[in-house]
Design a protein around this ligand. Structure first.
Ligand code: F6P
Length: 459
């Protein structure tokens, strides 16, 4: 049987009991796929060494082998903070205004991909399948081919792919996309991102598209949509466990009125400014004063990237202003928390919240929306408000209330609708969403992608 080699920037193997929901769904799905077929999860250790030695740290966690490598300080600065998070991330999230086009970043990104491929290649046996994840390692297949690796190699993009007209704002865009022709299967979170990619290939590279098949420069690649899910049943169970119960009670006992919850990495793509302003608009309707609280959990991330510091400052100011405008001695309208919580606690907070609010301006999928749904009490579920600009919207439009995060009025009106929604409608919407989560969970997602990759001919 062929082994699986997973490649991603971070290697997140569950370290506790494997499938108790306390680990992210992606990590659990990849771990269980790795356990089934045997193999290795390869990536960056998360550490910066003085120089890159290529020394591999082999470990076993919960029955899965991991192989990680330290990068050097300049790699972290120019590849991870630089090209990945200051160039590709903003471009892929339609924010070319925030993108830094620095030649050194691009050079270092290519160099890191090459040296990671050079380190990985000797670990790959004939017949192994290689599955590369996300924007950090787009050129990985092409670099592996240069090392003589002829195995099947697939790529899954967790972020959006921008429209052709935005993509061409990236200097050397074609040089980057050409490296993708070395994959056998390329997976996207939604048809929208897949179509943007195919459109780019048609316009810039004379690619020919026939359904899921793209032919460019004599290579035919399968480009398909695999919307990532969560392990809904396991997360639902987690939401009734003791830790979740405790955080449920803490939230319900200490927060005034109905709870609107948002949980996001502190990132400009999440529409947090728009969210706060939409909520502020709701508070203009005086009937909601002291009847509702926005609980926003936003752990800081990528703090070394300037745009992340800026959004953090703006949010500190805006939350302070809204609280100053509307707070009473016995009520604070926004509880804004810059810290992460363990998943069991988060599950309890989701269950305690009457409304889940997702306002991303652009999001590959958005798994918070799915976790909010899975955590609800089936007998008294809350309502999901979901930005139409997420990959999740294409799957959840029947049960969620879709919103345009750019419109404060739309957010306020829809929040009002959600907070007033009767039991029957809430239950019906929730059931639709929950059935959808179970019909295509994260294990289906991994199995589908690997099935597609299995079907591809070795290069
Ligand atoms: O797709 C975006 C993503 O890679 C997610 O999979 C992950 O949650 C997040 O970004 C983590 O970002 P970082 O590794 O930069 O902290």
């Amino acid at each position: 049987m062929s082994r699986l080699i997973v490649v991603s920037n971070r290697v997140n193997v569950p370290r506790g009991r494997e499938n108790d929901g306390a680990q992210g769904g992606l990590a659990v799905a990849l771990t269980s796929a790795l356990k089934k077929s045997g193999g290795i999860w390869f990536g960056w250790s998360g550490k910066a060494a003085e120089s890159f030695t290529g020394a591999v740290d082999y470990q076993r966690h919960g029955g899965v082998a991991t192989a990680t490598v330290d990068l050097d300080e300049q790699d972290v600065e120019e590849y991870y903070n630089g090209y990945a998070n200051r160039t590709l991330w903003p471009v892929f999230h339609y924010r070319i205004d925030l993108a830094d086009f620095d030649r050194e970043f691009g050079r270092r990104y290519e160099a890191v991909n090459k040296k990671m491929a050079g380190t990985l290649a000797p670990m790959i046996d004939p017949g192994d399948m290689v599955w590369v994840h996300d924007y950090h390692f787009i050129p990985m297949a092409s670099d592996l081919r240069a090392e003589g690796v002829a195995n099947r190699i697939g790529f899954f993009l967790h972020t959006p792919w921008p429209p052709h007209r935005l993509m061409v704002a990236l200097p050397y865009h074609r040089r980057l996309v050409e490296t993708m022709l070395a994959y056998d299967v390329i997976g996207f979170q939604s048809d929208e991102w897949r179509e943007s990619f195919l459109h780019y290939c048609e316009r810039e590279m004379d690619g020919e598209v026939d359904g899921e098949w793209l032919t460019v420069e004599g290579r035919t690649i399968r480009c398909a949509t695999f919307p990532i899910g969560i392990d809904a049943k396991v997360f639902a169970k987690l939401a009734t466990g003791p830790d979740a119960q405790a955080s449920y009670v803490r939230a319900r006992d200490n927060v005034t009125g109905q709870i609107i919850v948002g949980v996001d990495r502190l990132d400009y793509s999440k529409g947090l400014i728009e969210r706060f302003n939409g909520y502020r608009k709701l508070l203009e309707r005086e009937e909601w004063l002291k009847k509702v609280t926005l609980l926003q959990i936003a752990p800081p991330s990528r703090g070394e990237v300037p745009a992340y510091g800026e959004i953090r400052d703006q949010l500190d100011m805006l939350s302070g202003r809204i609280n100053g405008e509307h707070a009473r001695v016995d009520w604070v309208p926004i509880r804004y928390v810059n810290k992460g919580y363990a998943r069991p606690e988060l599950a309890g907070i989701f269950r305690a919240a009457h409304v889940g609010l997702v306002t991303s301006l652009r999001d590959g999928m958005n798994l918070v929306a799915k976790e909010y749904v899975a955590a609800q009490d089936p007998e008294d579920p809350g309502v999901l408000l979901l930005s139409r600009f997420t990959g999740a919207a294409a799957q959840m439009e029947d049960g969620a209330l879709l919103i345009n995060p750019h419109s404060q009025l739309d957010i306020a009106k829809t929040l009002d609708q959600a907070l007033r929604m009767g039991w029957e409608e809430r239950k019906e919407r929730w059931q639709t969403l929950y059935d959808g989560l179970n019909a295509y969970d994260v294990h289906h997602w991994a199995a589908d992608f690997l099935e597609a990759l299995k079907g591809a001919d070795e290069a």
